[in-house]
Write a protein that binds this ligand. Structure first.
Ligand code: ZN
Length: 287
């Protein structure tokens, strides 16, 4: 959960804005998506930017087909990782989710747990492949330190029962600089680096590009074209190889998944869904 805006601070303005914002949202977004749809469809073609088809054989081994997404809070999976989840499933991977807290910072943990299952189901991950941890030392909080050893212990125990060849999680900046996100990244980087189970980090977007929404894929495409024109193929590969893009229909699927997180749908979250780059693009790197 992005840490910057806490629900309590916005309570008075929420009720009047809640009815208004979705209308504004769709009024702007539907024409925009119509305009951009051909570009995003073109970009998402496997031979351009697909990652998992090319990664599978040379890097992960022939039998690689199971991926585990490790997140900190319900809604991380859809707000940050949905292009990756949808791309993996499209490529035939079996995706499972491990969420290390129930997101109980405002006492809504039980509800948010159910919301998480609903979100994953909409993205194509069945309930029996999603696990939520509710450990007293791993509570959703900006001020609680999550012990790396405990995180590691939980992930390794999970892998004993549900094996995977690929783990996907946050990078060192944790997308939003949330300490819970960063703690997971740190704990897993130290252990899974150069092991048979490969670790992928989701790159935190640069501030300049964070809220460029569907314009960011166009920027990436221009970058790719320029690289080809100038003959700098390696440059293009370096920047584009680990990029996963959603089509407009996959983006819509992500929005549907986010609707499961009813407790989180305050007005500013609609802005996030409209403008966040991560609803469209995931840039990943192998650790
Ligand atoms: Zn989070």
């Amino acid at each position: 959960m992005p840490p910057t805006l806490r629900r309590s601070a916005w309570t008075t303005s929420q009720s009047s804005s809640r009815h208004f914002t979705p209308l504004v949202f769709f009024a702007f977004l539907i024409p925009l998506l119509t305009l951009l749809s051909p570009y995003t469809s073109l970009l998402s073609r496997k031979h351009h930017l697909g990652i998992f088809d090319s990664l599978q054989t040379p890097i992960l081994g022939d039998g690689a087909s199971r991926a585990l997404l490790v997140t900190a809070h319900p809604d991380d999976e859809v707000m940050f990782f949905s292009p990756t989840i949808l791309s993996l499933i499209q490529e035939g991977w079996e995706v499972s989710g491990l969420c290390l807290s129930s997101g109980n910072d405002t006492g809504l943990g039980t509800i948010r747990k159910q919301e998480l299952y609903g979100s994953y189901e909409t993205l194509g991950v069945s309930r029996d492949r999603v696990k939520v941890i509710d450990h007293p030392d791993l509570q959703d909080s900006m001020s609680v330190h999550w012990d790396p050893a405990l995180i590691l212990n939980i992930v390794e125990n999970h892998l004993n029962d549900h094996s995977a060849e690929l783990i996907i999680t946050f990078d060192e900046k944790g997308i939003t600089n949330h300490p819970n996100h960063m703690a997971i990244s740190k704990a897993l980087s130290q252990t899974f680096h150069n092991k048979s189970i490969r670790l992928l980090h989701l790159k935190s977007p640069a501030l300049l590009f964070k809220f460029t929404g569907p314009l960011y894929p166009i920027y990436l495409n221009i970058l790719s074209i320029l690289s080809r024109i100038t003959g700098r193929e390696n440059f293009a590969e370096k920047h584009m190889k680990f990029v996963v893009l959603s089509t407009s229909s996959q983006w819509y699927q992500s929005i549907q998944a986010m609707l499961s997180h009813k407790t989180q749908l305050v007005w500013f979250r609609w802005l996030y869904l409209t403008f966040s780059q991560l609803m469209w693009v995931n840039e990943l790197k192998i650790i």
